[in-house]
Design a protein around this ligand. Structure first.
Ligand code: ADP
Length: 459
């Protein structure tokens, strides 16, 4: 039973044989309980008619009379008062019959051998051609009581019918077997295709076309499988893009670190020049360190956030702390900060949400020129807490907005390079929002400023 195909065939054959056996047993039981008594009554009636017909005309020879009757489809077993037995018609397969039954008939009674014929499973007594399986009636021959046992000659009455039924059964079994052989292939074929497709996917080939045009479960499976393979293809593409972005981000600071340290070793330069080179090396390594930290945060967000770590905490306090820790940066740029937050409690992972405010406020400071303003507001309704970070900075063009939250997306490559930016900050914010079941939205106009709005559900 190694293939599904063989399994289906064996199973169907087993079911066919089992149902044939059950059907046979059921009809046999039906025969025993309903048909057998009916049959007994019918044959008794016929036997009585045969006796009446003979006794109306007693001068004829009993042997000639019974021989003529055999043509009507009956078999007879006649016992004379002396105990001699004569058979007319198809010979019985067994002539054994208890003496007591014969005497019973001699005494003027009827023997109901058909109704009392013993029940045997899987054998229909209907066809058992034995003297036991007969109706016995007394008959007067030349003034003496004889015992006449009668049963229908089933071979004569049903012979052709039996062959007909047997052929019908054999042909039905044969054709259903052939049809199962062919139809199972039809069922198994798409599964084979799917198996091949899984193998291809395992080997890394995600672009598959499965032409299974079925509407049933297998069709649906094939459809879901195609969807799964295209989603795997997309994930793989994203992964490759991510790896190439990461390598690129790592490569550029490393190249400049290598270049400047080589220059420091090989070239003669003034102290001031040396200090400048060292400062660049330091800032590039800081960039690398920030990048690796952010990558780590992203990967942790993919796997390690547990909803059970969510706790209620004071949002207002947290926002104040973030603004305070960044004081040096906004004061240096002479940016005014407006913090308008009524006391608000929020449910979430405090460290992650702190990261959200740090990223949004750092961006606002970074992309707002000296003398600008940043406003931070919170608002609460029944099921949401909203935090808005609004700046009067450089703004973002409409074309850039859709990609803003993509990993490594930077609007102004030249400016962000000097601003120590990685393009990961907003993708981290978006990921943290997803983890909390919240959303982030942005509205912006070039030259006027941007508004980032975070909505967090409060269960
Ligand atoms: P980065 O580390 O470069 O800041 P982000 O993902 O935080 O990465 O931001 C992606 C890009 O979105 C930035 O390069 C910047 O061009 C733009 N940006 C983000 N915040 C603002 C803002 N408040 N004003 C203008 N541009 C912004």
């Amino acid at each position: 039973m190694r293939t599904l195909y063989v399994r289906i065939i064996v199973m169907t054959m087993a079911i066919m044989i089992a149902s044939a056996l059950i059907a046979f047993a059921a009809t046999n039981i039906y025969y025993q309980h309903f048909l057998k008594p009916e049959n007994d009554k019918k044959v008794t009636h016929i036997a009585e008619n045969i006796v009446d017909l003979f006794e109306e005309n007693p001068n004829q020879s009993i042997a000639d009379y019974l021989t003529a009757m055999t043509d009507l489809g009956y078999t007879f077993y006649l016992v004379t008062p002396e105990g001699d037995a004569l058979t007319f018609g198809n010979p019985f397969s067994s002539e054994h019959l208890d003496k007591s039954h014969i005497n019973h008939v001699f005494h003027g009674n009827t023997y109901h051998g058909i109704a009392n014929y013993p029940w045997k499973p899987f054998v229909t007594g209907f066809f058992d051609n034995e003297v036991k399986n007969t109706i016995g009636v007394p008959i007067q021959v030349n003034g003496d009581t004889h015992a006449l046992f009668v049963r229908p000659n089933s071979t004569q009455q049903f012979g052709e019918m039996r062959i007909f039924l047997a052929i019908l059964l054999v042909l039905a079994l044969l054709f259903s077997f052939l049809l199962v052989l062919t139809s199972s292939r039809y069922i198994v074929k798409p599964i084979k295709k799917l198996t091949e497709a899984t193998r291809k996917i395992a080997a890394g080939n995600y672009h598959l076309k499965l032409d299974v045009n079925r509407k049933d479960e297998i069709g649906r499976l094939a459809n879901d499988f195609s969807t799964m393979s295209s989603s795997l293809a997309r994930t793989e593409e994203k992964r490759q893009e991510f790896v190439s972005n990461v390598s690129h981000e790592i490569q550029s600071p490393l190249t400049s670190i290598q270049g400047f340290s080589q220059a420091l070793q090989e070239e003669e330069m003034s102290e001031a020049e040396q200090q400048r080179y060292l400062a660049i090396i330091e800032s590039e390594s800081k960039r690398l360190s920030a990048l690796s930290k952010q990558l780590l945060t992203l990967s942790n967000l993919d796997s390690e956030v547990d909803i059970n770590d969510f706790v209620p905490f004071d949002l207002t306090e947290q926002l104040k702390e973030v603004v305070l820790t960044m004081e040096w940066q906004w004061r240096e740029k002479q940016i005014a900060i407006e913090l308008d937050t009524p006391p608000t409690t929020i449910i979430g992972e405090p460290k992650l949400l702190q990261q959200v405010w740090v990223n949004l406020i750092a961006n606002a400071i970074r992309y707002t020129d000296s003398g600008g303003k940043i406003s931070i507001h919170t608002a609460t309704d029944k099921s949401y807490v909203q935090v808005t970070v609004k700046d009067t900075g450089i703004g973002i063009s409409e074309e850039d907005l859709p990609q803003l939250f993509d990993r490594f997306y930077k609007v102004d490559k030249a400016r962000t390079r000097t601003e120590n930016s990685t393009g990961l900050g907003l993708s981290i914010v978006k990921k943290i929002m997803e983890v909390h079941g919240g959303t982030i939205m942005v509205e912006s106009e070039l030259g006027k400023g941007s508004v980032f709005t975070v909505s967090l559900p409060q269960k």
